[in-house]
Design a binder for this molecule. Structure first.
Ligand code: GLU
Length: 311
């Protein structure tokens, strides 16, 4: 079956569920998004683009940005990053503070909020927040070959006004000397990276290097080494969906990273990068219909890294 046909079948599978879940409302600017939106894009390692639904409508990528900042931080400080953040699944919600006390201010992994705030802090060192955000944006534009991608200042401001838990996490880690820059500057970088606005096609293109052994498909240039891409994929699989990472591996079987804007970036190594967007979230803060769509796609393509398992 051709991919376009297959995507139409995925769309039919999830149609009855569109609108399920709850749109994130703790960030006021996200609360007004229409829960009935649904889009999906698949970009293959050859660079072919396939899409369905609202795949060209921009949304707030939120925590999916953590994949790109992690990639940049590993490029900047390499393995030294692992002194400041762990690589184990947390089994706790995205904004949890409980483990930080027992683990002396070292977050479990770079994809929970605390870990991503440390990653933002490493990118900020030696720079002003504007420069760091410029670096993040340039990297995303380079990966996608698309200069139209921007940060939504309203979403960033909205989170800045209400991000008390993130402020608590950052201050708590500062108490353990695991934040090296002024807390408000580190948080400023974090809130703005989360406010990156992208559509499914752009997001799938941005993630393609992870499906392609670290290489950009259009030029063959390496964005990162094959080993680094493999390791980032491993972290996405084990930690990319907070306390539902196990369930996502069970149902979909692909490395993936979700965001509370309702997006998910999933990687089928050697095959394609897939981005899906549907704003209604399940109890763990992951897109409910988006997960269903990826489950259907993985089943129909046989792309799960754990084996085909097609019906
Ligand atoms: N900016 C959001 C927060 O820090 C990101 C959470 C997410 O997307 O999971 O609360």
């Amino acid at each position: 079956m051709q991919l376009d046909e297959l995507l139409a079948s995925v769309h039919a599978d999830i149609e009855p569920f569109i609108g399920e879940g709850k749109v994130a409302n703790y960030i006021p600017a996200l609360a007004k998004i229409d829960p009935k939106k649904f889009g999906m894009a698949v970009v293959t390692v050859d660079g072919d683009v396939h899409m369905i639904g609202d795949a060209t409508e921009a949304f707030s990528i939120q925590s999916i940005s953590k994949v790109f900042t992690l990639t940049l931080a590993l490029g900047r400080i390499g393995e030294g990053l692992w002194k400041r953040v762990g690589r184990e699944p947390s089994g706790t919600p995205f904004n949890s503070i409980v483990q930080l006390e027992n683990e002396h201010g070292i977050p479990r992994n770079p994809f929970i909020n605390a870990g991503a705030i440390v990653v933002a802090d490493t990118l900020l060192s030696g720079h002003q927040p504007k420069e760091t955000l410029g670096e993040i944006l340039s990297f995303i534009r380079y990966l996608t070959d698309d200069d139209s991608i921007t940060i939504d200042a309203e979403v960033a401001r909205s989170e800045q006004l209400t991000g008390f838990r993130n402020a608590a996490l950052a201050n708590y880690m500062l108490a353990f000397s695991n934040i090296h820059n002024p807390v408000e500057k580190t948080l400023g970088v974090y809130f703005h990276q989360c406010a990156l606005s992208m559509n499914c096609v752009q997001l799938a293109k941005a993630g393609l290097f992870l499906a392609n052994n670290g290489r950009l498909s259009r030029s063959g240039h390496g964005a990162v080494s094959a080993e680094r891409a493999r390791r980032i994929n491993a972290l996405m699989l084990t930690c990319g969906h907070y306390d539902a990472s196990g369930d996502f591996a069970f149902r979909v079987g692909l490395p993936g990273k979700s965001g509370v804007g309702g997006g998910i970036l999933a990687i089928a190594p050697g095959k394609a990068a897939i981005a899906v967007w549907s704003p209604g979230l399940n109890a763990n803060g992951n897109s409910a219909t988006g997960t269903r769509a990826l489950e259907s796609l993985a089943k129909r393509t046989g792309w799960s890294i754990f084996g085909a398992g097609r019906n």
